[in-house]
Design a protein around this ligand. Structure first.
Ligand code: UDP
Length: 236
């Protein structure tokens, strides 16, 4: 797991957004992985995720508070959290400012439609080139058809590890574009779910808010986080 930490993005969130903006301008293809303990735990048991986390072309940013804490504990100069939801919102702003092409894949049909409406009303310069909900067949076909549309940004909200695997599988077909797996972000961006209130965000306890408002997450949360904590005490 040490290698994952070594390869983490080390600069501030402000610098990261500048890098993303530059890559968009230069049309530099970029796959961004927003990492939490679950991501790294998957890396240890799933070869594809391991490969994605070790591929130096990919940008792995520390999303989870535990990733930042463990990185600092072991002396890696990681600056701060860079969350998927903030990145997704920032990408909408950048797309709107520059009239960029956006593609969305994932979440329930009603969530996706609500997000599409929000984009049409609030980000009128965005060119929404292709969308698809995350519960239908044909996700590979979505990507194959997307290639010729040359999106500037593609957000995939299927949860880890499906979203990362799908992006990585098709990435080499694209010449440009920022690709990000954004987990449950469409639910929040569309207004279907609330993000944790500011108090939880500031005290780095958004995870606590999520498991108390969605108790079915408790099992998954403890499984991945306990594994992570044990594996990171002695970082090999
Ligand atoms: N999802 C989907 N298809 C599936 C399973 C999940 O589109 O087959 C969506 C789900 O609706 C949600 C997102 O994927 O919007 C994953 O959310 P979750 O909160 O589990 O992800 P996390 O942020 O915890 O990685």
């Amino acid at each position: 797991m040490r290698k994952y930490f070594e390869l983490l993005y080390k600069k501030s969130v402000e610098d990261f957004y500048k890098d993303v903006e530059n890559n968009l301008k230069k049309k530099k293809k970029t796959f961004i992985v927003t990492a939490n303990p679950e991501t790294f735990s998957f890396g240890k048991k799933d070869k594809e995720i391991d490969k994605i986390l070790l591929d130096k072309e990919n940008v792995i940013v520390p999303d989870g508070v535990a990733i930042v804490a463990v990185a600092k504990m072991h002396g890696f100069k990681v600056k701060e959290r860079i969350t998927g939801i903030d990145l997704a919102n920032k990408l909408l702003v950048l797309c709107n400012e520059n009239g960029y092409k956006l593609a969305l894949l994932g979440a329930k049909q009603e969530v996706l439609e609500a997000l599409e409406n929000k984009i049409k009303n609030n980000y009128q310069n965005i060119k929404l080139v292709k969308t698809k909900n995350g519960y239908e067949e044909g996700k590979d076909k979505f990507f194959e058809e997307l290639v010729k549309l040359e999106p500037d940004v593609c957000l995939v909200a299927l949860g880890i590890p499906a979203q990362e695997k799908l992006i990585y599988k098709h990435l080499n077909k694209f010449k440009k574009g920022i690709f990000v797996g954004v987990g449950g972000s469409f639910d929040v961006m569309s207004g279907a779910k609330k993000r944790a209130p500011k108090f939880f965000q500031k005290t780095y306890t958004e995870w606590l808010y999520r498991i108390t408002t969605e108790p079915k997450r408790i099992g998954r949360f403890f499984k991945s986080n306990v594994t992570f904590m044990f594996k990171t005490l002695i970082l090999k």
